[in-house]
Every structure is written in structure tokens, then in C-alpha cells.
Design a protein around this ligand. Sequence first.
Ligand SMILES: [Mn+2]
Length: 327
Amino acid sequence: MTKTPNMGNLFGGDDSTDHGWLNLPKAQLGQNPNIDIGVMGIGAATPYPVGSYCMDAPDAIRNARSWPNILGQHDFDLYGLEPSGGVLPEGVFAADYGNLDVVDSAAPEDTAQNRAKIKAAVASLRNDDIVPFIFGGDDSVPIPVLAAYEMADQPISILQIDAHIDWRDEVNDEKNGLSSNMRRASEMDHIGKIVQLGARGIGSARASDLQDALDYGTSFHTTRMLKENGGIDRALADLPEDVPVYIALDIDSLDPVLMPAVIGAAQGGLNYDHMMTIFEGVAKRAPIIGFNLVEFMPGRDINNQGALMASRVAISMLGLIAQQRGG
Ligand SMILES: [Mn+2]
């Protein structure tokens, strides 16, 4: 079998996992209080009985781009034609906290333990004033992550970007699964405004789920609305200005042609430029206090295309959070 080198290998990178994402330094919880942004892989939280099909996503994203000094090179997407020192402004530090030791099991005692571990890990980052930057895992991961924001000084906002609204109360009696994350979030006292972008297609919600979300006060902007002239600006105007916001990104919000590596492919999705416009808009509007990228499924990837896209989208968010922390 011929081994095809990825672009990182051409420039001296390697596929091993003993470097952090983008060659970031590795760190351990509670030991690096001077870090601004903490990357962490969380492969599972509360899988449905089918199992956690995204368990290998964090390492696939790490390995998509790993050549030395990648973060020190000019990024045209983030800085345009203004020569920059790289993705992370001077004096802003990110580190990779590795993969949390969660288990791929749908047994209630195991999922309860996963959720407890996730909540504790995210709380530890927050305790050190580190912005959690999470690679899932399926879309059940944000539930315990968001639970860890309970000590927030004020109710926080959520910006969800997803083809699916995730307001099911339960699926076969499981209330903490990937279809229920926004409903569970809405029940948390420390969650305020929820703005949900990118809904489209069939299979995401029953009419009663959508009605419950509207009754809660969720602002929805479907993918078709976002693609209208001024649609992204109108969507972000629904986000309370200067209120800390958590960004819950399901990578299936992207069009499946661009992001094939998902289980819930829905036609007519966003492209990378839409995503950049959304990211830059939210970064201008409110402090970003957490981010997750979930539902990337390496088993469905084609020629590493999805891994490269997930990595690129994440680099953009990393750079924008870093700009906020540096500014
Ligand atoms: Mn989804």
C-alpha cells in the first residue's frame, strides 16, 4: 500500500499524536494558568446505542495540519493583506490539553460518568480563566460542557450553528443525547438568549419541538435566511451585544459537498465564507467564552477533505478568540 503524505508531511510535520494541535504545546488541567485558550478532545458524552461514531475526530482534526511553525505564518483569512505575526497575536497563548478519557458506551452509568468528567474538566479550564475550545465527539458533548458554565457572572448566550435544531426532549428515553442539546441548555438557569443558525431540511424536529423553542425565545435563522442579502447581519443582530457567548458548532451546518464527513448530511448548507462571516460577526459583537466543533465523523471522510475543512474552520475560530483575548 502506498502511503500518501499530507501537506504537513511535506513541510516536516508528522502524523503522530505527540504534538498538540497545530504544534501547540501540550498542557495538563490545573497546571498552566497563563494559558488563554485550552484545546481539548472529547470523543464521547452520551451516545445513543449506535455508539460514539466521532470518537476519533479530535485526533483526525489534529493530524490534518501539523507542520512546524504553522501558527507563525501569515493567515490571509484572518488578516487579509495586513502582514501579521500569525494566528495567535503576541502575548496570547493556547495549549492542547489532549483527549479527555471518556468511554464510548451508551450504558447509563458510563454516560453519567462521561458527563461528570466533562463538566469537571471544563470547569477546571474556566476556573483558570482559559477559554474551552472543544473538539467532539457527537452533539451530546455540549450538554455537560455548557453545564460547567453554571458559575458564570451573568446568563450567557449561545450561538448554535447546525443543520438541526436539537430540541427533542428525549429519544428512546435518552434525554442527554445529541438531538436534545439545545433543549437541555434552555433549561439551565445560566443560559440566556439562544440564537440558532443554519436549520434546514427534514428530520431535525417535530412541530412541537420547534414551537417549544420559539416559546422559549430562541431566534432561528435558517440556512436559506442566512443566504439572503444581509441575512447573516440580521441573524447576529439577535445576539445580545457584549453578553458572553458560547459558540456551539455542529460541522454539518456546512454543505455536505464541502463537509462529507458527517452522519446528518443535509443539502443546501453553508460554505466556508459564510462561516467566516458568521465567526467574524460574532467576534465583533460579544466576547466568546467557549467553542465546540462536533459531529465530525472521520469514518465518512473523503481524501481527508472533511478533516482539512474542520481544521481550517477551527483555526479561524482560534484566531478570532485569540484576537479578543489579545485586544
Ligand atoms: Mn446537526
